[in-house]
Design a protein around this ligand. Structure first.
Ligand SMILES: Cc1cc2nc3c(=O)[nH]c(=O)nc-3n(C[C@H](O)[C@H](O)[C@H](O)COP(=O)(O)OP(=O)(O)OC[C@H]3O[C@@H](n4cnc5c(N)ncnc54)[C@H](O)[C@@H]3O)c2cc1C
Ligand code: FES
Ligand code: FES
Length: 498
């Protein structure tokens, strides 16, 4: 095993040994790397002041993809094999500012400046990942809102920042374009080495590259903490000050990063990030497009994985209710043995999942859509973006000869686990798909759940929202769809049925 972390810091190779494997990238930058441009605001992935960009080979292997991430909740070993770009790297050798920095200056989009490096890095990733053609007229407002949803500014006001973002035009000859082939070559050299394992006297961190290596490590160390995108685990360290002794990351396991379409399923490896799953899921289930756009921020979606969102067992995770309504199956693996269970059966009770010691989530199988069925999912949260759900609802209904022939209703935020609403389903099944049936089923929901009151919402609000979301879904499958807050959501997006 290789006992160091290898990466590029800007254009310079770095090999780090003897570090605490849970040192955050932000601590590394502001400490040993003496790069204080990157700021700490919240240390929990919310404010974006710590945003940096990681470049990795893209899916063709011939170019780079640039991902903005929150350095405050990434550990240094997660840099292995990547290029880390910080705000210090942006200007040219002759001192010329990058077009993104120029745009921020000329729009007067900075006041105290604390959020500015993070905003610049989010916009830099947008600039790098967007073609010149797409930026010819400037980025669309949707694109800008998505790009900046994870960056908070407490003093400038967002007007000038959005104006700066809209004024960016791509400089196809900037130094990053010129250096891409060389960076790719160096990253490919890193990829050739052995599995990384770094340790200090307190803890160790392993990054297997194949399922065989992963199962071997888990069989030797079944109590090790599995980690993936670190968007939950990072906070255990920065906020809860937990001491983790052995960490096994699944992020470099190539088989777990695959997403494929089989005859019946969308087959998603547990290590696929929310960003990478987004387009495929949305192409089969258009309702998941906006739903995933509302999942945290780009920075979190670039790191957080589909498997992590399920395995963490959170009652307010966004994907589980949607996937349960879609009748998804989970594939778990321990050594050579794999088993499949319905996703809904994975969640036993609050904090308890059907996962054995040394077992890990390998894949999730989401059935492909069928004709004559409608699917929708909704997220209710206090803020539109970058907020955790108070209630999440997902509905899938099939109507044949005017009657409900299949139905699945699932909620998050209503119980200690993501859960199906069996009484509600029973009240809908076999009935005509009419308002009267739906009103009756809304009452049945009261028997399905006894939600709690917490900082996100009162129990009464949750119950009322759950009932009303069912009616909203029904109306959207007819020609009586209510007006929506968001323009793209208007007008019968789930198809008419019945
Ligand atoms: C600012 C912020 C906003 C967020 N917003 C949302 C949101 O809007 N919606 C939402 O649902 N969540 C949200 N989250 C929570 C989190 O980002 C997601 O749940 C994410 O998908 C977790 O994935 P990860 O890869 O980062 O998991 P990690 O943090 O790496 O791991 C989380 C847990 O899952 C386990 N685990 C991970 N992968 C596997 C595997 N393959 N097999 C077995 N166990 C595994 C780990 O052991 C750990 O217990 C947010 C988090 C932050 C910090
Ligand atoms: S410091 Fe706030 S997101 Fe990292
Ligand atoms: S300029 Fe002060 S926080 Fe944004």
């Amino acid at each position: 095993m290789r006992a160091n972390v290898q990466f590029l810091l800007g254009d310079k190779p770095r090999v780090i040994e003897d570090i605490d494997p849970t040192m955050t990238v932000l601590e590394y930058l502001r400490g040993p790397a003496h790069r204080t441009g990157t700021k700490e605001g919240c240390a929990e992935g919310d404010c974006g002041a710590c945003t940096v960009v990681l470049a990795e080979p893209d899916e063709t292997g011939e170019g780079l993809t640039y991902r903005a991430v929150n350095s405050c909740i990434q550990f240094v070993p997660s840099l292995d094999g990547k290029q880390l770009i910080t705000v210090e790297d942006l200007k040219a050798r002759n001192g010329q500012l990058h077009p993104v920095q120029e745009a921020m200056c000329s729009s007067e989009a900075s006041q105290c400046g604390f959020c500015t490096p993070g905003i610049v890095m989010s916009l830099f990733a947008m600039d790098r990942n967007t073609s010149s053609d797409a930026l010819e007229e400037g980025a669309t407002s949707d694109h800008i809102m998505d790009t900046l949803a994870g960056n908070l500014c407490r003093c400038t006001g967002y007007g000038p920042i959005l104006a700066a973002a809209g004024s960016i035009r791509k400089d196809s000859d900037d130094k990053f374009a010129a250096a891409e082939a060389d960076v790719l070559r160096q990253l490919n050299v890193f990829a050739e080495g052995e599995m990384m394992s770094v340790r200090n006297p307190k803890r160790s961190y392993f990054a297997p590259r194949t399922i065989a290596e992963l199962t071997g490590l888990l069989s030797d160390m079944p109590h090790a903490q599995i980690v993936a995108g670190l968007t939950d685990v990072g906070l255990w360290v920065t906020k809860q000050h937990r001491e983790l002794d052995t960490l096994i990351s699944i992020s470099a396991v190539s088989e777990l990063k695959e997403i494929s379409i089989t005859e019946k399923h969308i087959d998603i490896g547990a290590g696929v990030t929310l960003s990478d799953a987004h387009e495929t899921l949305a192409s089969y289930y258009p309702d998941l497009d906006e739903f995933i756009r509302r999942f945290a921020s780009i920075q979190i979606r670039n790191a957080g994985t589909v498997g992590g969102n399920i395995a963490n067992g959170s009652p307010i995770g966004d994907l589980p209710p949607a996937f349960i309504a879609l009748n998804a199956t989970l594939v778990l693996r321990k050594g050579e043995a794999t088993r499949e269970i319905l996703l809904e059966e994975f969640f036993i009770e609050y904090g308890k999942q059907d996962r054995q010691l040394g077992e890990f989530v390998e894949r999730v199988l989401v059935p492909l859509p069928r004709d004559d069925e409608a699917f929708a999912c909704y997220k209710i949260s206090k803020r539109f973006e970058q907020d955790i759900s108070a209630v999440c609802a997902a509905f899938r209904v099939r109507v044949e000869d005017g009657q409900v022939s299949e139905v699945r209703v699932a909620f998050g935020g209503m119980a200690g686990t993501p859960k199906r609403a069996r009484s509600c389903e029973a009240a809908l099944f076999g009935q005509p798909w009419t308002e009267a049936t739906v009103r009756n089923a809304m009452q049945s929901l009261n028997g399905d759940f006894t939600p709690m009151t917490d900082m996100r919402s009162s129990a009464d609000y949750r119950s009322l929202a759950a009932r009303n979301l069912l009616m909203k879904f029904y109306l959207e499958t007819t020609d009586q769809a209510p007006e929506q807050r968001v323009s793209e959501m208007t007008g019968g997006r789930h198809g008419h049925i019945g």
